[in-house]
Ligand binder design. Structure first.
Ligand SMILES: C[S@@+](CC[C@H](N)C(=O)[O-])C[C@H]1O[C@@H](n2cnc3c(N)ncnc32)[C@H](O)[C@@H]1O
Length: 232
């Protein structure tokens, strides 16, 4: 999908507001940020592929200088409106696969949530390399990646058929678009290949209703995304 496609999706995306930052009911992300001391001392943060600014809406007040980038102008406009009043915040239109050199080595924390889902594996690796460059040496990176195991469990629940055998990642049709999903191993491999350190992968659960399932099925784990964290 290109920037124009995302421009067209922006209004619907804003209406749904099913971003992981507001749907993380168990506060896995908040606890991780706190445990790494990132919510103190007004740290600098870059959100690459910021969409409608949901990360800043939830956590922006705890940070110092904040930069949100996205290739979709429309997403940035909505983000700016939703985050009006937050201090020290700038927006920039930029491709996550080719971030402006001025953003290199700039952030104590780089966030990149549900962006590295490109069908092309090479594009995913490029985006990861670029986001890595955005962090200061020793800085932190926080990625949200769609979980293949979670997707397969929901399909198995809906169809009654067991999940197919999978590699570390797979291309899946979701919301009428093809996206790359990751197993836990696939997420870890992505980070390791980019030379990241202190790599950790954990689950961030979100409500069943986000998958269109109104009553939580007994004995089944809720759906989740991967929270992949690492240091440059
Ligand atoms: C699923 S949304 C996630 C938005 C936000 N990070 C969140 O978690 O709420 C994906 C976002 O990535 C942006 N995006 C996709 N490909 C991109 C690219 N090559 N460069 C910059 N942004 C991109 C889209 O415009 C969209 O805003």
């Amino acid at each position: 999908m290109n920037a124009r496609d995302w421009d067209r999706l922006a209004a619907a995306y804003a209406a749904e507001v099913c971003d992981i930052f507001s749907r993380d009911r168990q506060n896995v992300i908040g606890r991780w940020l706190k445990s790494r001391g990132l919510l103190r001392h007004r740290r600098t943060v870059l959100d690459a592929g910021c969409g409608i600014g949901s990360f800043f809406r939830k956590y922006g007040r705890s940070f110092g200088q904040k930069t949100g980038t996205d290739h979709s102008r429309r997403m940035l406009q909505i983000a700016a409106a939703r985050c009006r009043g937050l201090p020290d915040l700038t927006w920039q239109q930029a491709d996550v696969q080719k971030l402006p050199p001025a953003l290199r080595d700039s952030a104590d924390l780089v966030v990149c949530s549900n962006v590295i889902t490109f069908v092309s594996a090479a594009a995913c690796r490029r985006a990861l390399r670029e986001t890595r460059r955005g962090a200061k040496p020793g800085g932190w990176l926080l990625f949200i990646l769609p979980a293949l195991e979670s997707h397969d469990a929901i399909i198995a629940l809906e169809t009654g058929r067991p999940a197919p055998r999978r590699g570390a990642t797979a291309i899946v049709r979701r919301d009428d678009r093809m996206q790359r999903f990751y197993t836990r191993t696939g997420a870890r491999e992505l980070a390791n290949r980019a030379g990241l350190r202190a790599v950790s992968v954990q689950k961030v659960w979100y409500p069943w209703s986000d998958e269109g399932i109104t009553r939580a099925p007994r004995g089944h784990e809720p759906p989740w995304d991967w929270l992949l964290t690492a240091r440059r």
